[in-house]
Design a protein around this ligand. Sequence first.
Ligand SMILES: Cc1ncc(C[n+]2csc(CCOP(=O)(O)OP(=O)(O)O)c2C)c(N)n1
Length: 640
Amino acid sequence: MEYQYLTRIDSPADLKKVPREALPQVAAELRDYLISVVSKVGGHLASSLGAVELTLALHYTFDAPRDKIVWDVGHQAYGHKILTGRRDRFPTLRQYGGISGFPVRAESPYDTFNVAHACTAISGALGMAVARDLKGENFHVVAVVGDAGLTGGVALEGINNLGTLQKKVLVILNDNEMSISPNVGAIAGYLNRIVHGQSYHRLTHEAEKMILSVPRIGPRLLRISRDLLDSAKTLLIPGMVFEELGFEYVGPINGHSVDELLDVLAKVKDNPGPTLLHVVTQKGKGYPHAEKLPMKYHGVTQFDVSTGAFHKAPAKAPSYTSVFGKTVCELAEKDPRIVAITAAMCEGTGLDEFSKKFPRRFFDVGIAEQHAVDFAAGLACEGMRPVAAIYSTFLQRAYDQLAHDICLMHLPVTLALDRAGIVGADGPTHHGLYDLVYLSALPGMVVMAPKDENELRHMLYTALSIDGPAAVRYPRGNGIGVPLDPEFKQLEIGKAEILHDGGDIAILALGTMVYPCLEAAQRLEAMGIRATVINARFMKPLDEELFSVLASEKQFLVTAEEGTEAGGFGAQVAAMLHDRRVPTSILRIAVPDRIIPHGAPNLLHAKYGLDVEGIVEKIKNYAEEFPLRSETRYRSAHQS
Ligand SMILES: Cc1ncc(C[n+]2csc(CCOP(=O)(O)OP(=O)(O)O)c2C)c(N)n1
């Protein structure tokens, strides 16, 4: 497509130079550019496509960055990025050194709040509005929230507080009836009823007609029923619930008509208090493949624009996610106490098969990780065996629930933590780097990390047999390609596995680091460093006996984990050996205690020395500080 306007828009000020009647053309160009770039580099497509007209209308109406636009989640803000000076850099999206897939303050003054975990925009926007008023300043604050964003507690806490404080904040509810999958819950049902027009007036009219048609007593009945209908009014007038909470409700309006959006924004922008503008959009709008399958085109890898087909090399091994999904189904066949819970990530966590096989035992609770954990706790109190499958990064939100509602009662809840470790393109908000630390700090929690997809199966089986809380953390992406044992094995709690015996040093590897460490050990052997390799299996409890023996026998220990070094596996092994008075030296290989950027996982693993080369290099350098006890003395490259 030839761009008539887009290439000349480097800021919202440039956008405002475009005549209003040409905005639909800008929308078409923006969509075209979005699709063409995302088809080459991957990213979140469908939500951004649905928000194109809304984005244009917001930047046409408001004066960003003076006025603050706060996006919830931010995966729908690609159009915003393109219109705010990042058009040329847009093809670097989510790649190492390129622009982020989410709004980031450090990236642009137009990005007012770092987002990615859902439901935070209303609270952030309210904070900005309160600061504005305390400082006597005068600007607009707009929060753009998806309908699924309203399923999370923090969004409702924000609404609660905003309704009380009566600050001038415009909340735009971008309602496409979709989360990643179709949105769920009672609030979604309420929004759906508003949008699909079950209005009070239509209902009352129909009800009155019916009542009056009752012979003889019709008119009397009508008088009684009017009282009843009045009490139902709250639920039937569009947006009445928001009005009752202190908002002016406006809508629902067509979110793909720039004209309608501009007219309504002009009317509501100077409202003195909280306003909720209900905008109806279609996820994937303007790209037929995404309109048809919005879930599939939510987050995409590279694809062919004309056919919509994804360019994906066939996987050599099943993903950890799919092995988890299948395993939990197998286990649930045998144990009717098993129920599965997801917080709006049914497909992402691999629970889709479970949801179909066991619909009564499957619960999508919405973007509500805190509730998911407490809900699991309640189920466990009554003898069920809940499996809560939540990404490592999103479980951070439910920490108090883990401590207060699971661990204090020592309830048998199994936590399945997908996307643990470095996740790649989604970046710092999504890397699962803290779970090993935050989970192992909790008394009674068993924390496991499988070396491969087969061990994941045994760990899930083991977790479900423990009479207390247990977590299994595993990475994004494909497994190793090992055969899957047909029978489940009960793992001994707190017992590591010796994989390879070598005389000089011992490498204690956890989870995803086991195979790279095995390979590193082979290479080190060729250099004269013989390493024992241990699959630690358990972050908690640690195999204290084995690690102590190794520490006293070997020249030094190496710990390896795909998690933060601050308080992680290595740190805990060191503390344990110190407490047991076992003198040793430990090289800790872990993710450094700093913000880890976005980028391809292999690149980030290499950058932080977590790949085979990095492990070899680190151990080789460390070994140079030690006279090895072995006979085959280490010959460093410069000696040979
Ligand atoms: C706390 C949290 N849990 C889960 C997710 C994963 N997630 C990303 S987008 C999304 C759905 C968002 O839907 P909605 O807010 O309606 O916005 P839309 O994409 O429809 O514009 C989910 C569940 C997340 N970002 N944050």
